[in-house]
Ligand binder design. Structure first.
Ligand SMILES: [Zn+2]
Length: 85
């Protein structure tokens, strides 16, 4: 996966969106999903906002595209703030 953001040294964030047809267009927002730095991709992913995402239902984006998930962005902003302190 070439599109991860290094949030913290041990914590990778992927930008993941549910595939077309899995959910309605209005729910196809770009979630920020923490991934383990090592090991296989888990069977199910949990976005920062708490949304449960199955990897088979999702596509990984090169950047935040379309409509970002506002709850994920808000949580990420708080994480970055904590990291700076
Ligand atoms: Zn989200």
């Amino acid at each position: 996966m070439g599109n991860v953001i290094h949030a913290e040294p041990t914590d990778l964030l992927a930008v993941i969106r549910l595939r077309r047809g899995v959910v309605g267009e209005c729910r196809r927002v770009s979630h920020l999903v923490p991934l383990p730095a090592e090991g296989p991709i888990p069977m199910q992913l949990t976005a920062l906002c708490g949304e449960i995402i199955l990897p088979s239902d999702a596509e990984v984006l090169n950047r935040i595209g379309g409509m970002p998930c506002e709850a994920c962005l808000a949580r990420q902003a708080r994480r970055e703030y904590r990291a700076l302190r």
